[in-house]
Design a protein around this ligand. Structure first.
Ligand code: UD1
Length: 333
């Protein structure tokens, strides 16, 4: 299939491109490198031994998006491009709504104009909000607590409405839990950009000596050790999830949500201990106050993705910890 991957140079996008190329698909990456770098393209090519077409541009520019679709006959779009920092979205909501929603509308309009009917969208478990009880399943009510989360939810809604109106579109809305890990080559992974917000990038920065100490946000949650529990999924398993969605896309009528997680929750301290053991490194940490907006426990009900897409994760927490560190360690050699 000829697949457009928006945001294909990013963390999840790059791993998905590797998976697509290894499965014989033709990949065109559309990226403005706002939060990634062009050398990722060469790295994807090095891993796969295949070439990737790159179109550098911004999805917020309607003319650029139109030309992209005009010049290529895409069969399917995998849409990763977007801003993703929760804190920044609270400080700059208009920037987030403009970029994530405006950009996606440009993609949708081009799909309509050039008759592309298949799309896989990068959504998030953040749409389950604060009031559901894990395991989360796709029929639960959704809500958001910050502009980033709202953009994910609003885009899900826009895509659902559009698919319904079009009648013959096929859209997979993939709700990711917590992606960590990196490709086994150590060539691609999650690149720290400033001080990380998320747990694993923070831990790897402490391991690298770039940050002194991990703040564990709260140890008084109602969990087995008091620290927050999340469903961490290896980014290479997540990439396979996209492949499975693509393989089954014709069976999806309209838009349908799928959780991509392992179904297993680990606490912050479980992750710290697993990281220390897997890599034989000590991580300095201290207990800090709860982070506003955090919940105690979040993990997936994985049944729908398994039943309908045949998706099941395979990689262990040890692999997630080792590969995360292997990638970051290489950055500082
Ligand atoms: C966060 C976002 C979520 C987004 C996801 C994308 C918030 C509230 N949620 O999810 O909207 O979809 O990232 O990756 O930001 N932790 C620490 N110390 C740290 C960092 C994190 O203790 O320095 C803890 C958190 O309290 C949480 C767990 O580690 O219990 C995971 O945090 P994080 O990696 O930021 O992911 P989420 O909060 O689950």
């Amino acid at each position: 299939m000829k697949v457009l991957v928006t945001g294909g140079a990013g963390f999840i996008g790059s791993h998905t491109c590797v998976e697509l190329l290894e499965n014989g698909h033709e990949v065109i990456i559309f990226d403005n490198f706002y939060n990634s770098s062009p050398d990722v393209i060469e790295r994807i090519e090095k891993i796969t031994g295949k070439s990737v077409k790159l179109v550098e541009g911004d999805m917020c520019d309607a003319e650029t998006v139109d030309k992209l679709f005009k010049d290529n006959e895409f069969e399917c779009i995998i849409h990763f491009a977007g801003l993703k920092a929760v804190g920044e979205s609270v400080a700059k909501p208009v920037f987030y709504y403009d970029t994530n929603i405006g950009g996606t509308l440009n993609i949708i309009k081009a799909m309509q104009k050039y008759d592309v009917k298949k799309l896989v969208f990068s959504s998030s478990a953040t749409v389950y909000g604060m009031n559901n009880v894990a395991p989360y399943n796709e029929t639960m009510p959704t809500s958001a607590t910050n502009p980033y989360g709202w953009t994910k939810l609003m885009i899900e809604q826009i895509l659902t409405d559009t698919a319904k109106a079009q009648g013959d579109w096929h859209i997979a809305l993939l709700r990711y839990f917590n992606p960590i890990g990196a490709h086994s080559s150590g060539l691609i992974g999650e690149k720290p950009n400033g001080i990380p917000n998320n747990l694993m990038p923070y831990i790897t920065q402490v391991a690298a000596g770039k940050l002194e100490c991990l703040n564990v946000f709260g140890d008084d949650y109602d969990t087995h050790d008091g620290t927050g529990v999340r469903d961490y999924i290896h980014v290479c398993d997540l990439a396979i999830g996209h492949m499975k969605a693509l393989n089954h896309i014709d069976e999806i009528d309209g838009a349908r949500q799928f959780n991509l997680g392992t179904g297993v929750g680990y606490s912050v301290l479980d992750i710290v201990k697993a990281f220390e053991k897997a890599n034989d490194i000590t991580i300095n940490y201290k207990i800090a106050p709860r982070r506003p907006g955090d919940i105690a426990t979040c993990f997936a009900d994985t049944k729908r993705a398994y039943d309908e897409l045949g998706f099941k994760t395979e990689r262990s927490l040890e692999d997630m910890c080792q590969s995360s560190w292997n990638f970051v360690k290489n950055l500082y050699k």
